[in-house]
Design a protein around this ligand. Structure first.
Ligand SMILES: NC(=O)c1ccc[n+]([C@@H]2O[C@H](COP(=O)([O-])OP(=O)(O)OC[C@H]3O[C@@H](n4cnc5c(N)ncnc54)[C@H](O)[C@@H]3O)[C@@H](O)[C@H]2O)c1
Length: 270
């Protein structure tokens, strides 16, 4: 089998780990990298043995079989519809799909073009069981996320409600609401709420609670599901990425595992 040719958009925490993985695995050939910040793509390039081309647009990713977005929700909206015209895509900034109209159009486009949209589990566990449970009907899906207050710096919700992050001395609930409102308020922290919503009961029905915990050393996501199948409670604590404390380390590992699935004949899990 010839190597799967890949382009990465976004050379930050996740893009860097993915690129370094592909540098070691001959089943993949990283042909292109793209970042709106030149210093980010140059920094990544310096870490790689097999150097991809630095490009400025998805239209330059002519030979890609797969284009990976590991950048931002804006990038999903602006660049990824064009990427679909070239190749299959993997999306990390899943929050962009909280816009149902955009998501429907994106999915329709993929279907018309015969392309696949890969959404890794990211920083959560339990999507396999949730997808299976959904076949029998679900009553409720709740996500509780706990991170150090510093991980929420700059979030629109924190700015709007003037949450005094530096003054938080004990675990404090700073948000409770739907997945849709959560991603609007915390676009860089809670992509997993939308992944969970897409696999389960949708962004308006998925409930989210966010806790700023000054004692938290890891990013914790707890998922509670109730349905015809029974109940599920899953708690996962991930170390923050060494490159970006807002991002859980598991998110990059999950993207790598999704990538490897494309090259492997044995598929395990729902
Ligand atoms: N699905 C999940 O579970 C999950 C988990 C963690 C992070 N994320 C999301 O994945 C994305 C990447 O995360 P990260 O930690 O690697 O981020 P990062 O900030 O470390 O890196 C992102 C890089 O993308 C570049 N970029 C941003 N917008 C761009 C655009 N429109 N065009 C080109 N380049 C652009 C930035 O310059 C930066 O270098 C973020 O949106 C993050 O919120 C998803």
């Amino acid at each position: 089998m010839s190597a799967i040719k890949v382009g990465i958009i976004g050379c930050g925490a996740i893009g860097t780990e993915l690129a370094q993985y592909m540098d070691r695995d001959k089943r993949f050939q990283l042909l292109y990298i793209l970042d709106e910040k030149k210093e980010a793509s140059e920094k990544l390039l310096a870490k790689l043995k097999n150097k991809p081309a630095e490009v400025i647009s998805v239209t330059d990713m002519e030979e890609a079989d797969l284009i990976i977005e590991a950048a931002s929700q804006e990038c999903v909206r602006e660049r990824m519809p064009g990427a679909l015209e070239k190749a299959d895509v993997m999306i990390m900034s899943v929050g962009a799909f909280s816009d149902t109209k955009f998501f429907r159009e994106f999915r329709d486009k993929a279907e018309k073009l015969g392309r696949s949209i890969h959404i890794p589990s990211g920083a959560i566990a339990g999507l396999d069981a949730l997808k299976a449970a959904a076949q029998g009907g679900l009553d409720s899906v709740t996500l509780t996320t706990r991170k150090h207050p510093s991980a929420f710096e700059g979030a629109p919700w924190v700015k709007k409600t003037e949450v005094p992050l530096h003054a938080i001395k004990k675990p404090t609930v700073i948000f409770e609401g739907t997945a849709n409102r959560a991603i609007a308020g915390f676009p860089k922290n809670i992509n997993v709420a939308i992944t969970l919503a897409l696999a389960g009961v949708g962004p308006e029905q998925t409930k989210v609670k966010i806790i700023a915990d000054p004692f938290a050393v890891r990013n914790a996501h707890e998922i509670d599901v109730v349905g015809k199948f029974g109940t599920m409670n899953i708690k996962l604590e991930s170390n923050p990425s060494p490159y970006n404390k807002k991002t859980s380390r598991l998110a990059a590992f999950s993207a790598i595992a999704t990538l490897r699935k494309l090259a492997e004949s044995l598929q395990i899990g729902t």
